[in-house]
Design a protein around this ligand. Sequence first.
Ligand code: CTP
Ligand code: MG
Length: 261
Amino acid sequence: MSTDRHEDHHGDVRAPGNLPRDATPPDLRAGAEDADVGVVIVAAGSGSRVGGAELKQFRWVAGKPMLLHSVQAFHSRRDVAMVVCVLPKAFVGDPPPWLFQCDIDRLLLSVGGRERTESVANGLEDLPDEVNVVLIHDAARPFVSDATIDRVIAEARCGRGAIAALPVVDTLKEVDDSGRVVRTLDRATLWRAQTPQAFPRDLIEQAHAKARAERITATDDAALFEQLGLPVVVVRGSERAMKITDEGDFARADALFSVNE
Ligand code: CTP
Ligand code: MG
C-alpha cells in the first residue's frame, strides 16, 4: 500500500490506486471535466461523549460505517472534484479498508488537529487547484441529502457562505449555574446550524487564516466567516442530518434512516 502513496508536508496521504472501488458505479467514478467543488469531511474527533473503544465515525449506522455514508454521498455528485477526509493521525497511515469503497481517485486523507477548526484548516490546505467552492461537513452527520448540498452550493456560487440549518421549535431559556432561568430568548430568530456548510474558496481560506493567526476556534466554519464580516445565509437542512453525539443517537439515526424524508 505504501508504494503508491504520495505524502506532503504534514503527512497527507493520497489514497492508493490498487484497492477495490466496487461501491461506486462506473459512470459516477469521475467528476465532470468542470467539477470545481471540494469537500472537507472532518472525521478526526475522539468521540468522547459516545466513548467506547471504536471511534464513533467508524462505527456502523444504517448499514455501513458512519464516515462512508458521507464519502459516498459526495462522490455520487458530478460537481465534486475532490473529497478530503480528515482523520486522526494514527488512521491516516493505516485507514480502515472500507473507506476505499468509493471513488479513490477523488479521495485524499489529511491529518486532524486538536480542535475541529484545526482539522478543517488542514483539510482546506489539501484541496486541489481547480476547487472554487468548498463544502465542509461533519462525519458525525451521516445522512447528508443531495437537495441540501444543491442549496448550499447554489448560495456559495453567489459569493456567500451558506449553512444547512433548521428553525428552533422549542422555547429557549437562558439559565444560570444554579438552574435559575435568566431570560427567554426570541425563538423566531434562532436556527440550529448543521452541515454541510459551503463557501467560496478564497473567502473561507481567509477566514481560517485569520482564525489560525488569532488562535480562534469555533464549533462551525460559518462562525469564522461571520467574524470577517462576510455574509452567511441559512438554507433548509433536515432532521435526518442529525449529528450523532451520544450513544442513544445511534439507535435514533437507524430509526430515522428507515423512515422516508
Ligand atoms: N472533529 C475533527 N477534529 C477534531 C474534533 C472534531 O475532525 N479535533 C470532527 C468530528 O470527527 C465530527 C465533527 O468534527 O465529525 C463534529 O464533532 P463532534 O460531534 O463534537 O465529534 P467529536 O469531537 O469526535 O466528539 P466529542 O466532542 O464527544 O469528543
Ligand atoms: Mg467534539
